[in-house]
Design a protein around this ligand. Structure first.
Ligand code: BJ8
Length: 381
């Protein structure tokens, strides 16, 4: 697969972005940290604040978190918490985006996150958006809308800026432009052979909530231009969909194994994937209502029932002509682990093979996963 210059640029964007955030904060701009797709960026940006993602994908901060949290919870929760409370060797919180946030905006989704946020609040100011978990009821939408209104007020209080409908509409338009660019990129991934690897794609998916919205759009445009001109050599390789838990920055283990064993990831049904950009916000409606309607529809496994996720998986499998699905979960993520059964049944009915991989952030299972993925690829070839 061709070497993509825009991906190399993205890989080296960390320090530049950290300096940008530090300069903004010196000038009085507030930085908000988030963990989850259910928190609408549009409201944060309309208040004149910046935002960054706090989800951890690194293994080295897990042991720090285990001084506070049980060992047997999801590594994403532990890694994120460990990164935030990390004191570093100098006794002060390390100089990274984790240490610069003025307010954490969290959300009530899975139990591990909910309870972790309660402890986190004694380290960093934390605001929680409550999330109704039966998304299709009319009461749920009204409740979520009220929660977003309260969140809007909290952002106004943080920044001292009033959030106008015009400002919200502007941010909605801008986010929809980003979503369209992602759609363009994903449309190119429908080609066979695929013009971009899943590992490269993960780089941009992981950076999407870390880069500034302008920088993200610029990078996506460059990437679309570059990928449009890629003329992939070689023949068909097994086309894989990854479906399940998100893969936060620092965690690329399973995609690397899949692509080293001859497969190519062509689509991700994940929060580091289609769930992050698939649906636009309706620009013709009242902006707060449109945001509530769009965000409550995210098919996270914390929602019940969550048939929309199964429908999406089947639709994406067809659209991207996948040969097989790798159902990826993090250890102790009960929602995605349990939902595997229904996904497996639906894929079986559709005649699409599935491999289940449950893992953590350590490298102890790399060899074992490699053997299983190898056998799966052989079966698909
Ligand atoms: S919208 S997937 S980003 S909650 S992996 S911490 S669910 S135990 S990250 Fe998520 Fe929002 Fe849902 Fe997406 Fe819990 Fe599972 Fe861990 Fe998870």
């Amino acid at each position: 697969m061709d070497h993509l210059k825009s991906i190399e640029y993205l890989k080296s964007s960390y320090n530049k972005r950290i300096c940008q955030i530090a300069d903004e904060r010196k000038a009085g701009k507030k930085l908000v940290g988030t963990f989850c797709l259910f928190v609408p960026d549009e409201i944060i940006l309309a208040a004149g604040a910046d935002r960054t993602i706090l989800c951890g994908g690194r293994n080295d901060t897990v042991s720090i978190a285990e001084q506070y949290l049980p060992r047997n919870i999801c590594p994403l929760v532990k890694s994120s918490f460990g990164s935030i409370v990390n004191d570093g060797c100098s006794g002060v919180r390390s100089c990274s985006h984790f240490s610069m946030v003025d307010l954490i905006v969290a959300e009530n989704t899975c139990d591990s996150k909910k309870k972790m946020y309660e402890i986190l609040a004694s380290h960093v100011p934390t605001y929680i958006i409550d999330l109704p978990q039966r998304p299709d009821s009319p009461e749920a939408l009204q409740y979520f809308l009220q929660e977003l209104e309260k969140f809007k007020s909290r952002m106004e209080q943080l920044t001292g800026n009033r959030i106008t409908a015009e400002q919200l509409k502007k941010e909605i338009r801008s986010s929809n432009e980003t979503r369209k660019l992602f759609h363009k990129l994903y449309a190119l991934r429908k080609k066979d052979p695929a013009p971009i690897s899943g590992v490269d794609m993960l780089t941009i998916l992981q950076k999407q909530y870390f880069l500034s919205p302008e920088e993200l759009k610029k990078s996506l445009k460059l990437l679309v231009d570059e990928v449009e001109n890629v003329r992939p050599e070689g023949t068909h390789r097994p086309r894989i969909m990854i479906s399940g838990c998100p893969m936060s920055a620092g965690n690329t283990k399973v995609p690397e194994i899949i692509e080293s064993k001859g497969g190519v990831i062509v689509v991700e049904e994940s929060c580091t994937g289609t769930r992050s950009f698939w649906d636009p916000v309706d620009e013709s409606k009242d902006p707060m209502l449109a945001l509530a309607e769009r965000y409550i529809r995210i098919p996270c496994s914390c929602m019940s029932p969550n048939e929309r996720r199964i429908e999406n998986i089947l639709e994406l499998s067809r659209d991207f002509k996948v040969d097989g699905v790798i159902y990826y979960t993090l250890q102790f993520c009960h929602g995605y682990n349990i939902e595997k059964y229904k996904v497996q049944q639906a894929l079986k009915k559709a005649g699409i093979p599935m491999l289940f991989v449950e893992t953590d952030y350590s490298n102890s299972d790399v060899e074992q996963i490699g053997l299983r993925v190898d056998a799966f690829m052989e079966m698909l070839s």
